[in-house]
Design a protein. Structure first.
Length: 251
């Protein structure tokens, strides 16, 4: 399987706090990679390094490489916005913009100079269909996105993230604020999305990682302790101690 993004000796400091320690990881195309571990272990910090979201935090120092499309995204001549166009992100809590459903999805294409209405219409419909939301909102496109349910809002945020057709979709505990029915809808959606995109997800839910991911990475105190096929990690006796630790702390 071909890697779409690879970290090499990736280190990150928040001031004096060494939050990521020599992380080496290869993330494969069209797979779901789950990042698990107790709170504060570095998994969300790692996720944000993949599209330079940590750049906006004060006193952050990053060393090592994140190689995407053959280049280190932390090279000085790389525009972070160009990276975020190719590597989209969905956050823990649904955060639709206070505007219409249509304008939420059309926001990024407009920012990137897509002006023709017919093209915007096509992008909005494609993105909402890929996010399994079109049939529910096609007659409400002019309504406020804030009128949608929590699960619908999160799927709208996914549609917004894929409107620019990124290569990678990052999901930071994207179902933790949702009810079980909405969570399973998002999980089904993620299985579909990996046919088109590569998905990297942070989750506190071990069962969720076991259900839907192809690879699982276990972080602890800034270290990458385990990284393997999900089936291998969750079923092999060789990984029993890791699973016992995970279960005892957040399972």
């Amino acid at each position: 399987m071909m890697a779409i993004i690879q970290t090499k000796k990736l280190n990150l400091h928040y001031g004096d706090n060494h939050a990521l320690i020599d992380i080496d990881m290869r993330i494969n195309k069209h797979e779901i990679t789950a990042l698990i571990g107790p709170s504060g272990c570095g998994k969300s910090t790692f996720l944000r390094t993949l599209n330079r979201m940590n750049d906006i935090i004060r006193d952050v120092k990053i060393g090592g490489e994140v190689v995407f499309d053959g280049v280190n995204i932390y090279d000085t001549d790389i525009d972070p916005m160009s990276i975020r166009k190719k590597i989209g992100m969905v956050f823990q809590k649904p955060n639709p913009f206070p505007m219409s459903v249509y304008d939420n999805v059309a926001y990024a294409p407009r920012y990137h100079k897509v002006k023709r209405r017919i093209l915007l219409d096509e992008i909005v419909e494609r993105s909402l269909r890929q996010a399994a939301l079109w049939d529910e909102v096609k007659d409400r496109l002019k309504k406020s996105a804030l009128s949608l349910s929590g699960g619908q809002q999160q799927r709208l945020c996914i549609a917004r993230a894929i409107a620019l057709e990124p290569e990678i979709l990052l999901m930071d505990e994207a179902t933790s604020a949702l009810d079980p029915i909405s969570t399973f809808k998002i999980e089904d959606l993620m299985r579909e999305l990996k046919k088109t995109y590569t998905v990297v997800m942070v989750t506190h839910n071990m069962q969720q990682a076991a259900r839907i991911s192809d690879k699982t990475a276990f972080f602890l105190l800034g270290d990458l302790v385990e990284f393997n096929d999900t089936e291998q990690i969750f079923r092999s006796p060789a990984h029993k101690k890791t699973l016992e630790y995970v279960s005892g702390h957040f399972g």
